[in-house]
Design a protein around this ligand. Structure first.
Ligand code: HEM
Length: 161
């Protein structure tokens, strides 16, 4: 049964569905790279979105290479266009973001980054998601490895479902 969208999800509705595309990444401590990405936002009729992302290295010839980062979590709309986002990473990192959603755009900044003992040193981040025409664009800046907050990733995705 297709659940009815919870009315609180209205500001995040533009994210719903499955997305695919490509992006670029880098950081002062690593080589620049290109990546392919699959992303999905689903709901079950309750006031949160279920989020998942997988990525792969994008080779020179356009084929997908080795798997890169994957992440999953929940997006929780709050009153007055506020949003809370919780993300878990298999790299031993969890992030809790606080932000706002308006005009098909979400801006997030980390409230907390928690790490296991073996995780790399990530201390903060900001994310931006927004519609670019019909595409979904997103960008991630991070403070990590002793570096100041700066771009790690950006991508543009097309709706596939
Ligand atoms: C979602 C898509 C992401 C992609 C495609 C990606 C890709 C990469 C790649 C290719 C590297 C170079 C090392 C390697 O080859 O594995 C890397 C390093 C790194 N990434 Fe990401 N990443 C993503 C998300 C994230 C997130 C969300 C975080 C933090 C929560 C993060 C934190 C780091 C850190 C700390 C390094 C290591 C830098 C170093 O060793 O100096 N990445 N990433």
């Amino acid at each position: 049964m297709e659940p009815e969208l919870h009315p609180d999800l209205e500001p995040l509705k533009f994210l719903l569905g499955a997305w695919e595309g490509a992006g670029v990444g880098g950081y002062p401590t690593i080589e620049d790279f290109r990546f392919g990405q699959e992303m999905s936002f689903t709901h079950i009729g309750k006031p949160f979105l279920i989020y998942a992302s997988r990525t792969w290295m994008l080779e020179e010839d356009g084929s997908l290479g080795r798997p890169l980062a994957t992440e999953s979590g929940y997006w929780r709309p709050r009153p007055d266009h506020q949003v809370e986002v919780m993300l878990a990473h298999p790299t031993g990192i969890t992030e809790i973001y606080q932000g706002n959603a308006a005009f098909n755009r979400v801006e997030l900044q980390t409230d907390v980054v928690a790490r296991t003992e073996s995780a790399k040193e990530v201390t903060g981040g900001t994310r931006l998601y927004g519609l670019i025409g019909e595409d979904l664009g997103w960008a991630y800046d991070m403070a990590a490895m002793g570096q100041k907050l700066q771009s790690h990733l950006s991508a543009q995705l097309k709706r596939v479902g």
